[in-house]
Ligand binder design. Structure first.
Ligand code: GCU
Length: 127
């Protein structure tokens, strides 16, 4: 179907906070992951039918250091240490696309930081 936005500030946050002190986000804010391994955001994504989909994650990273994250779908890791590199500053957002396979019904898509720097700031995913 048509792409749908899922805002990070509406998702389930493990070790992070919703903030709005940088510009350019959609919705009402973004998630600032704690600077720690394991900080995470889990999105709930319904799918009418099983099959392939693209997860387009919109993020900002105002540092020059990659902030990799693992991507799991329904508890299964589908991508390891996906790179979220520097975007120039915290007001500049880019997207990274991760292909996944969804099941019919409710899908839990979780993005988990793998380094002590935590994740980038995450605005939303579009699926
Ligand atoms: C700064 C920035 C935050 C960001 C944080 C980080 O504090 O304002 O938005 O999340 O750096 O390094 O993670």
């Amino acid at each position: 179907g048509d792409p749908v936005d899922y805002q990070a500030e509406d998702a389930t946050i493990t070790s992070g906070v919703v903030e709005s002190n940088h510009t350019g986000f959609t919705g009402t804010g973004f998630v600032n992951y704690d600077n720690a391994v394991g900080s995470a955001v889990e999105f709930t994504v319904p799918a009418a039918t099983a099959g392939p989909a693209n997860v387009v994650l919109r993020f900002a990273n105002g540092t020059t250091t990659n902030r990799p994250m693992d991507i799991t779908v329904n508890g299964t890791k589908v991508a390891s240490a996906v790179a979220f590199g520097g975007t120039g500053n915290w007001d500049t957002w880019q997207t990274v696309t991760v292909p996944v396979t969804l099941t019919a019904g409710t899908n839990k898509i979780k993005t988990t930081a793998t380094t002590a720097n935590g994740g980038p700031n995450v605005d939303k995913i579009t699926v």
